[in-house]
Design a protein around this ligand. Structure first.
Ligand code: GLN
Length: 481
């Protein structure tokens, strides 16, 4: 198992390694770039003063919570003076002059950024194949066909691959319909999507504003709590940032849950799934039953509508958010004879196929003639999906589901949009409801590839969700396998 943040901090405190040596270990790995998990590796010179400051704090015995920890940052977070592209050609020359709220918190806590992780273009995708910088390769191989390159999942595929390959200790990603949890599952790591409104969206390149949420991709549940502690804060600059009372997610993390816990397993999620996927649920159930946790069957009434609802609402919001890329104010500009030509050429050449598809769908469902039939209707169904979750979460404390319907697939295997969209079947409903979900690795498929399970909790119940995930992680002991 790779070293956790607390193990690394211990080694730094005991002077078994210096901040500079630690950073260099990860930098060498990131620079080797075998899996294309970074769009940009930050120059060592840019980090020299942070390395020195961190080391000084260790030497003086007062390190910050994430002091000296090398992190990857999804290339969707604006980083001051460091190129931020959203893996799109249209932003391929964009250097922000400000820092996103979330990455600023990570810097305030002493972490050091290794680089900007590759992702799907504007976070639209489930395989990291829509990136302008090329696909990311999953560090895992199918044991029965070693030569095939597999996808890491998406859209935070570079983040997941970088953590799994060991070129950063953890990465911060974003999840709109599954982009943290799905790649975490396909790469054998932990991915947490917090409750919508927990982590500020300020300075994150927008995809679908009513769904986008930042969260950690890490080697273990405890590391997720470290990152969540840093980034989960109220931000005045994001009107959807919640001002609820935040907790210390590390305290009591490894204590057993305070009250008796009941977990629902949605029977409708498990129809027609493979044995590999069923095994993950069975093993998790067995592991947790030992602790007196009770499992009951539950059934959603709205699951079949979730994907269509998402693929109306997310493109609608995307088409509106992406209207700002006109070749004038941001990014790459293509020439044209008139202003309209400049817009047209910049957008035609600047956006890839998947992003263009979503802008077209989004503009269509928002157009005067179709707004009521599609957009308004989808908003109503979203409400029903939310209510469906609340009905079930009134009966049980958590919900257990597979994270993905399949293991990592071959690059190029699912290029038609519908089969790609189906990859998010278990993560999209939670996103539409705005609820928190965490994926932890639960076992290997017959092909020796990692699979994950997802725990879903009620709004802002991240603390108990992490406790439960930590217990399941310990019992399933995936990292020892
Ligand atoms: N795969 C989903 C999509 O393409 C989710 C992406 C995300 O969560 N950013 O929209």
């Amino acid at each position: 198992m790779k070293n956790s943040i607390s193990q690394i901090k211990k080694a730094l405190i005991e002077k078994k390694i210096s901040v500079s040596e630690l950073y260099d270990e990860y930098l060498v790995k990131a620079k080797s770039g075998n899996n294309n998990s970074f769009n940009l590796v930050i120059d060592r010179e840019n980090n020299i003063s942070s390395i020195k400051d961190s080391q000084n704090r260790y030497d003086n015995g007062n390190p910050l919570p994430l002091d000296g920890i090398p992190l990857g940052i999804k290339d969707l977070f604006c980083t001051k003076g460091i190129r931020t592209t959203a893996s799109s050609k249209i932003l391929s020359n964009f250097i922000p002059n400000y820092e996103s709220f979330v990455t600023q918190q990570l810097l305030n806590d002493g972490s050091i950024f290794i680089g900007k992780n590759n992702c799907d273009e504007f976070a639209m995708g489930s395989s990291n194949e829509t990136s302008y910088f090329g696909p990311v390769i999953n560090p895992w191989k199918n044991k029965n066909s070693q030569k095939d390159n597999l996808v890491p999942g998406g859209s935070s595929g570079g983040s997941a691959a970088a953590v799994a390959e060991g070129s950063c200790v953890a990465s911060i990603g974003t999840d709109t319909g599954g982009s943290i949890r799905q790649p975490a599952s396909l790469c054998g790591i932990v991915g947490l999507k917090p409750t919508f409104g927990s982590c500020s969206r300020w300075g994150i390149v927008a995809f679908a504003s009513s769904l986008d949420q930042a969260g950690p991709l890490t080697n273990c549940v405890e590391d997720a709590a470290y990152i969540l502690n840093s980034v989960n804060k109220h931000d005045f600059n994001d009107s959807t940032s919640s001002n609820h009372q935040r907790e210390d997610y590390l305290i009591d993390m490894n204590n057993s849950l305070e009250k008796k816990v009941k977990i629902g397993i949605p029977s409708d999620y498990l129809e027609d799934v493979s044995d590999d996927i069923l095994n993950q649920i069975d093993n998790t159930k067995k592991a947790l039953s030992k602790h007196g946790i009770e499992f009951v069957d539950v059934e959603f009434k709205t699951t079949e509508y979730a994907l269509s609802t998402y693929y109306i609402l997310a493109p609608a919001e995307a088409s509106s958010n992406l209207a700002r890329y006109d070749g004038v104010r941001y990014g790459v500009r293509e020439d044209g004879e008139s202003l309209d030509d400049i817009y047209l050429n910049s957008r035609t050449k600047g956006f890839g196929d998947e992003v263009t598809r979503r802008i077209l769908i989004g503009a269509y469902v928002l157009s005067a003639g179709y707004y009521d039939a599609y957009y308004r209707q989808a908003q109503k169904v979203r409400r029903l999906i939310k209510n469906d979750f609340q009905r079930i979460l009134n009966e049980v404390d958590f919900i257990l589901t597979p994270t993905t319907p399949n293991e990592a697939f071959k690059i190029g295997d699912k290029l038609d949009p519908i089969s790609m969209y189906k990859n998010d079947i278990y993560t999209v409903p939670t996103s539409l409801a705005g609820l928190p979900g965490i994926s932890i690795p639960s076992g290997l498929s017959k092909n020796g590839l990692p699979l994950g399970v997802q725990f879903i909790g009620n709004y802002f119940e991240e603390k108990t969700l992490l406790q439960l995930a930590a217990l399941a992680e310990k019992e399933l002991s995936f990292n020892e396998q």
